[in-house]
Design a protein around this ligand. Structure first.
Ligand SMILES: Nc1ncnc2c1ncn2[C@@H]1O[C@H](COP(=O)(O)OP(=O)(O)O)[C@@H](O)[C@H]1O
Ligand SMILES: [Mg+2]
Length: 266
């Protein structure tokens, strides 16, 4: 996977708080982060620490309370819902733990939908091609209720890749799957990510999955810190609240210890 110094995601002083029963609940402390094109980043941390909240804001699904979020120089924090949805359609893919397919649409229609919304040419051909890539060419007309969990997540992966996103966010994509199916889904995700040159930001509880990313950050009670850095990953996250943190962008190549590609459809 090629990594270059082009910033695809930049976050400055991002916070999130909500009003709950008249009190302010602070979910995210000032978060600073930069992710460069082609990077693979794992966000780890215990349940309730703020990972999903952060990912939703990074992907333009939610707004921060304060601070800045740029996807490819688009200031999401200044954009309204329509503008953010345009950025999402052009640049962003998202995979959820619960798959979130549309139950009334077939596998193929689910995959085609983002392409149709983004006016991408030949959505049907592209959808079929992607469903073949995830090993579901015999399930095109199946509805989500007729698919196993692993199959539903493979449809969701095909859907996430159809608009050729620059950056893919995955929130515990294997969290609802058994170990074997989870491994297959992870292989598929990293394989497609590698092939299509996408940047990957992955939230996971699974240390093995996190280890497959070139870089890891950890969320603890809304505070994001660099968890561990491999020697050749791009070093660019600030430690939250560390006013003296120096940014030192590297121009290097990420080295995933990628396991063999996906081989056993589940
Ligand atoms: N809209 C909301 N209103 C109130 N509390 C929220 C809201 N969204 C998230 N939280 C709280 O913020 C914390 C972080 O949630 P979340 O981002 O889902 O954590 P994680 O994904 O790490 O498990 C949790 O304590 C959760 O209950
Ligand atoms: Mg979560």
């Amino acid at each position: 996977m090629k990594v270059n110094s082009e910033s695809i995601l930049k976050v400055n002083g991002l916070t999130k708080s909500v009003q709950l029963e008249g009190k302010t609940l602070s979910i995210l402390q000032p978060v600073n982060l930069q992710v460069n094109a082609g990077e693979t980043l794992a966000i780890i941390g215990s349940s309730g620490s703020g990972k999903t909240t952060l990912l939703s804001i990074l992907a333009g699904l939610d707004l921060p309370t304060s601070g800045e979020v740029y996807i490819k120089n688009h200031p999401l924090h200044q954009f309204n819902e329509e503008q953010r949805s345009q950025v999402r359609a052009e640049h962003v893919g998202f995979i959820f733990q619960q798959f979130l397919l549309i139950n009334s649409l077939t596998a193929l229609e689910n995959v085609m939908l983002p392409a149709e919304l983004a006016n991408i040419e030949n959505p049907k051909e592209k959808g079929i091609e992607l469903l073949k890539l995830v090993g579901l060419e015999n399930r095109l007309e199946h509805f989500p209720s007729q698919l196993s969990g692993g199959e539903q997540q493979r449809v969701a992966i095909a859907r996430a890749f159809i608009s050729q996103p620059d950056i893919l966010f995955a929130d515990e994509p294997t969290g609802n799957l058994d170990t074997k199916t989870g491994k297959y889904i992870a292989d598929l995700l990293f394989d497609l990510n590698d092939r299509l040159g996408t940047t990957l930001v992955l939230v996971t509880h699974d240390p093995k999955l996190a280890d497959r990313c070139a870089r890891k950050v950890e969320m603890d009670s809304g505070v994001l810190t660099e968890a561990s850095i491999t020697s050749d990953s791009v070093v660019n996250a600030n430690i939250a609240n560390d006013q003296n943190a120096q940014e030192e962008p590297n121009n290097t190549t990420a080295n995933n210890e990628k396991e063999e590609g996906a081989v056993c459809p589940t």
